[in-house]
Design a protein around this ligand. Structure first.
Ligand SMILES: C[S@@+](CC[C@H](N)C(=O)[O-])C[C@H]1O[C@@H](n2cnc3c(N)ncnc32)[C@H](O)[C@@H]1O
Length: 204
């Protein structure tokens, strides 16, 4: 399937290559294309990404937002990665479209006043704690418009959610159960890569 993703342009290919070399856990081309497609299908103008690393998925999503005349805000804890993400977005010609805030999502999210059409969470594996994931879910849910799309990566936790043993696996499992029973959303887990939750917010 990855072989069928259209070739990436030089900038995106370079960011992808550098991420693999430096062991930055990016979504990769197949999921990048899925994210881009979901954002385009949703006609998302205002996109929020939680966990931007060096800006790889942010480039995919910012390009989709730009196609609607919109923009992307990302949040990244690591200062070096945040600086690299800003550089990569500038190289991709997206400096005016995307901004990556350096900070802890738990501190940054409550300060945001904007509402978003699409929110992508990419730090399930980094948190690995059910209570923190639940809180992150509520914080992001509050920033999503009704009719907006929530996308969450790594919800299968390497397949461990089938029989969770580690705290991280149990946390991902708890998040999946929380979301699948939340009547404010219509959701499904796509078995793309490490599992991608896609959910439509239907009520506050
Ligand atoms: C899986 S990586 C993101 C990859 C990126 N979305 C991509 O595909 O290009 C997760 C990132 O979340 C960051 N992170 C971890 N905890 C965080 C927190 N509490 N707030 C914001 N970012 C955090 C990590 O530094 C890491 O770069």
């Amino acid at each position: 399937m990855t072989g069928l993703v259209p070739p990436r342009d030089a900038v995106l290919a370079a960011v992808e290559e550098a991420a693999y070399t430096d062991h930055v856990p990016v979504v990769g081309p197949l999921e990048g294309q899925v994210l881009y497609l979901i954002a385009r299908l949703a006609r998302a103008r205002r996109v929020l990404e939680v966990g931007s690393a060096t800006g790889y998925s942010a480039i995919w999503l910012a390009r989709a937002a730009r196609a609607q005349g919109g923009s992307l805000v990302g949040i990244e804890l690591d200062a070096r990665r945040q600086a690299e993400a800003e550089r990569n977005l500038a190289r991709a010609g997206l400096a005016d479209t995307a901004q990556i805030i350096r900070g802890d999502a738990f501190e940054v999210l409550p300060t945001l006043t904007d509402q978003f059409d699409l929110i992508f969470i990419d730090l399930v594996r980094q948190l690995g704690d059910a209570e923190r994931l639940r809180r992150l879910y509520e914080l992001t849910f509050a920033r999503l418009v009704v009719g907006g799309v929530l996308v969450i990566d790594n919800v299968l936790h390497g397949g461990e959610v089938v029989e969770p043993l580690s705290p991280g696996g149990r946390a991902a499992d708890a998040l999946n159960r929380l979301i699948s029973t939340d009547r404010r959303l219509i959701s499904v887990i796509l078995t793309v890569r490490d599992g991608l939750t896609v959910a439509l917010k239907v009520a506050e």
